[in-house]
Design a protein around this ligand. Structure first.
Ligand SMILES: Nc1ncnc2c1ncn2[C@@H]1O[C@H](COP(=O)(O)OP(=O)(O)OP(=O)(O)O)[C@@H](O)[C@H]1O
Ligand SMILES: [Mg+2]
Length: 440
């Protein structure tokens, strides 16, 4: 039995997150179970990104099956491989394609959540630019040339890409700020790179560029960044987009297909090896993928590219296609999960365990009788109830666990995304709104 102690602060943070039904921000390793094959498959993708390749994978699982948890695991692995990671949840006001600022807003969110192994909790973009500059300084010293010259040369490599010229101008502005001690210039350059300028006039005044990161440059900007992070000494860029079901929920068919077209570009670039040093992970529910009316499958070109291996059915798996299905945790995984929860709850001290193994078995039996094997599929409710149980025992010393286990009430999770979308009247005004922004 594992007897690594867990710091009280970590323990409380983990337990709080799990009771709220969300993924802990740190200390995930203390509760992680299963997913070995899935992680291995993604690790190979990360290696190929670091090697100059590209990848686009769809992590598909039921509501509450562990998609976000899994994306976080992969992100942590990517940081170890010296990739830069970015992550964001899609939302009604954050999409891959838009004309009313929602794609810029998704980009800005990704930029805020830019992480490196030295700064795993985001906010790393400024540090990456700084690192690029110090690398350029070192190269200039080695080659006996000026840093400007080295930076120009590097940026010239980007100018062949869409938006590369202005990107280079901004990085050069950062260098000037660095060189002349002009902090404002550095801040403005980073603000530009983070997609935080909202008007071109403002950007022009601050940095002398004619463009800003806007809805139309969402993907091009990520491609530029993937090249840039390599120049700064990282191995590539991993972009994680979660809650993709928000695209499925868009009421306007036109807005949906514009977003799916953007995904198709990303998938095509990756399949054809056009993009380099970049990986995309999309997290979504099965309906986001398979619904032929509103999901990715409603877009024919995507359906054909994402079609799953027909032989991988009836329990057989194939982890090599673009779609990675998160299956159910097994009964063994689940048992291990309960032991880990008990362990974390006791701050890693086995002498403080509140319940014996028999209670874990009884709890699993109870769940299985109550909600059938749904509890393997969606660990969220079960985790929460088990922690609630431990909490009652903690606060009521001497209470026997047996009657408590029998009293746990569990409901199979219902996916709110599958509820009827919107009443018809509202639906129409929404469509009009969408079309109005679309036409602008
Ligand atoms: N492999 C795992 N090991 C341990 N705990 C896990 C694992 N996968 C998921 N969990 C836990 O289960 C809960 C649900 O997971 P998560 O939030 O990742 O699901 P999801 O598929 O992203 O859900 P949603 O569809 O709502 O976005 C979380 O509390 C998470 O910490
Ligand atoms: Mg999630």
């Amino acid at each position: 039995m594992n007897d690594t102690r867990i710091r009280p602060r970590d323990r409380d943070a983990i337990i709080q997150s799990l009771r709220a039904g969300v993924v802990p921000r740190s200390g995930q390793q203390h509760v992680q179970v299963g997913r070995v094959r899935e992680v291995e498959s993604l690790l190979r993708n990360l290696d190929s990104v670091a090697d100059g390749g590209s990848t686009a994978r769809f992590v598909i699982g039921e509501y509450g099956s562990g998609k976000t948890f899994f994306l976080n695991l992969v992100r942590a692995a990517a940081l170890k491989k010296r990739l830069v990671t970015m992550h964001a949840d899609l939302a009604p006001d954050r999409r891959l394609h838009a004309t009313g600022g929602q794609a810029r807003s998704l980009y800005a969110e990704l930029a805020r959540n830019t992480s490196t192994s030295a700064k795993p909790d985001g906010g790393a973009l400024a540090g990456i630019v700084e690192r690029f500059v110090s690398q350029a300084l070192a190269t200039a010293r080695e080659q006996g040339t000026s840093p400007e010259h080295v930076i120009r040369q590097r940026m010239a490599e980007l100018s062949e890409l869409v938006g590369g010229y202005d990107f280079g101008t901004v990085v050069e502005a950062y260098w000037r700020g660095h060189d002349t001690g002009n902090e404002q210039l550095k801040i403005d350059a980073v603000r530009w790179l983070r997609g935080e300028f909202t008007t071109k006039t403002e950007a022009r005044a601050a940095l002398g560029v004619r463009t800003i990161v806007d809805d139309s440059s969402f993907y091009d900007q990520l491609k530029l960044l993937s090249r840039f992070v390599c120049m700064a000494g990282y191995t590539g860029l991993l972009v994680c987009l979660d809650e993709m079901v928000n695209l499925y929920k868009l009421t306007s068919a036109q807005a949906r297909s514009a977003n799916y077209e953007q995904i198709l570009r990303i998938v095509n670039d990756s399949l054809q090896g056009i993009s380099t040093h970049v990986g995309f992970l999309f997290g979504g529910t099965p309906e986001f993928l398979m619904d032929t009316r509103r999901g990715l499958y409603s877009y024919e070109a995507l359906q054909s590219r994402l079609a799953e291996n027909a032989f991988a059915a009836n329990g057989l798996v194939d982890h090599s296609g673009p779609v990675l299905r998160l299956g159910n945790l097994t009964q063994e995984d689940f048992y291990i999960l309960l032991t880990k929860l008990r362990h974390v709850h006791a701050s890693g001290d086995p002498t403080q365990y509140l319940v014996p193994d028999a209670a874990l078995h009884a709890f699993m039996r109870h769940c299985s009788q109550n909600i059938g094997d749904a509890y393997f599929r969606t660990p969220r409710t079960t985790i929460r109830e088990f922690l609630n149980l431990l909490s009652v025992l903690e606060h009521n010393p001497g209470l026997p666990w047996e009657p408590l286990v029998g009293g746990v009430v569990l409901e199979a999770e219902r996916n709110p995304d599958l509820a009827p979308l919107e009443p018809a009247a509202q639906d129409e005004s929404r469509v009009d709104d969408e079309l109005a922004t679309f036409r602008l």
